[in-house]
Design a protein around this ligand. Structure first.
Ligand SMILES: *Cc1c(COP(=O)(O)O)cnc(C)c1O
Length: 354
């Protein structure tokens, strides 16, 4: 058909599956195994349905102010979106408009190349080293912008802030986006670097550490100038992106810092215990500072383990992609969920390793 010529054709991002089985153990999309803060539940029950007649606050003012206060920045430095995927997508559109390629790691969040293709942004990937680390020297070549997660996904590895700073410092002419989706699980945020660098944008989400993937809340913090440009694009695209319940419940989640620290602390403790048990079972993995482990088994192929787990309704993530086809990404669930997974793996591997 002739009309086909004028259609924007894209290969969409493929998210982890969302099965819904009564006794499944879902460790495939890095959700939080614990509920959101108690105040969120209480407020959700009291939600004033009549308020839904009206459009929500298009500036998401209370949430922007709550985040600004929490992270000790000005409200003018905060931008909120419908999950960090929305924030990242807006940031790609706003900041990556050069003819030169943007740079990101070869093994990383698999949405980056999708947005680049969607917006027709040229890109080039920089290979992680053999230990899955980012080499900052790779980011000294000509480019139209840089993005990487820290800690990186799906490797789970955190790069020292000196590495992050080296990349930002050697690229003053482009915007550097640090995707901190997993920063609350033991990493160190690049936010303090905002005092020195106007070309830095730090993106975070409520989906993992704040247990609210279903509400879709993400945000970024940067210089006032960058946030102004982002808002101009957002208001040229869709003004009322964030629904009222998400705005109201998001503010409530930020209030309860003790609960937040408790949940992330529990997940970190479970992760460290599971690392020891996985090592004992013959798995190797980079030293994760996230809520997941990126594992390979010394002898049994990842795809076999993936299928065996899936048959038991234990869902983890596997990609048929170069460099990572023998790896599984396993979200850290509750202690009980991890014990069930470990018990199954122990039995399963016993028969295969003799
Ligand atoms: C999960 C994730 C996101 C997006 O999460 P949202 O639910 O859209 O906030 C972004 N970047 C990375 C690296 C992620 O793992």
């Amino acid at each position: 058909m002739k009309f086909e010529e004028n259609i924007r054709k894209v290969v969409p991002y493929v998210a982890g599956e969302q099965p819904n089985k009564p006794n499944m153990i879902k460790l495939n999309t890095n959700e939080c195994p614990y509920p959101p803060a108690p105040g969120v539940e209480a407020l959700a029950k009291e939600l004033d349905v009549d308020s839904l007649r009206l459009y929500p606050d298009q500036n998401t003012t209370p949430l922007v102010h709550a985040l600004a206060e929490y992270y000790h920045v000005k409200p003018e430095q905060v931008f909120v979106g419908v999950g960090s995927d929305d924030v990242l997508s807006m940031a790609f559109m706003t900041f990556f408009n050069s003819d030169k390629p943007i740079l990101f790691p070869d093994v990383t969040y698999s949405f980056y190349d999708v947005w680049a293709d969607l917006y027709r942004i040229p890109y080039k990937t920089c290979p992680l080293d053999e230990n899955w680390h980012i080499d900052p020297a790779d980011y000294r070549q000509e480019n139209g912008g840089i993005i990487f997660p820290n800690p990186n996904a799906p490797t789970g590895l955190f790069e020292d802030l000196s590495v992050v700073e080296e990349i930002i410092k050697s690229n003053p002419d482009v915007i550097v986006i640090v995707d901190e989706a997993y920063i609350d699980f033991g990493g160190e945020s690049a936010l303090p670097l905002l005092e020195k660098y106007e070309n830095l944008l730090v993106v975070q989400t409520f989906s993992k550490s704040r247990a609210m993937a279903g509400l879709r809340i993400g945000f970024c913090i940067g210089s006032e100038k960058l946030i102004r440009y982002l808002n101009d694009v957002k208001f040229s695209f869709n003004s009322y992106t964030m629904n009222l319940p998400a705005q109201v419940l998001g503010v409530e989640a930020v209030k309860d810092d003790a609960y937040f620290k408790g949940v992330t602390g529990r997940i970190i403790a479970t992760r460290e215990r599971v690392k020891k048990e996985m090592t004992a079972l013959g798995f190797t993995f980079p030293d994760s500072r996230t809520n997941f482990l990126f594992v390979s088994h010394r002898t049994v192929p990842a795809e076999d383990i993936f299928r065996a787990l899936r048959e038991r309704d234990i869902y983890v993530r596997h990609w048929n992609k170069p460099r990572i086809e023998n790896c599984l990404r396993i979200t850290i669930g509750t202690d009980e969920q991890m014990d069930q997974m470990l018990a199954f793996l122990k039995e399963y591997l016993k028969d295969r390793m003799e």
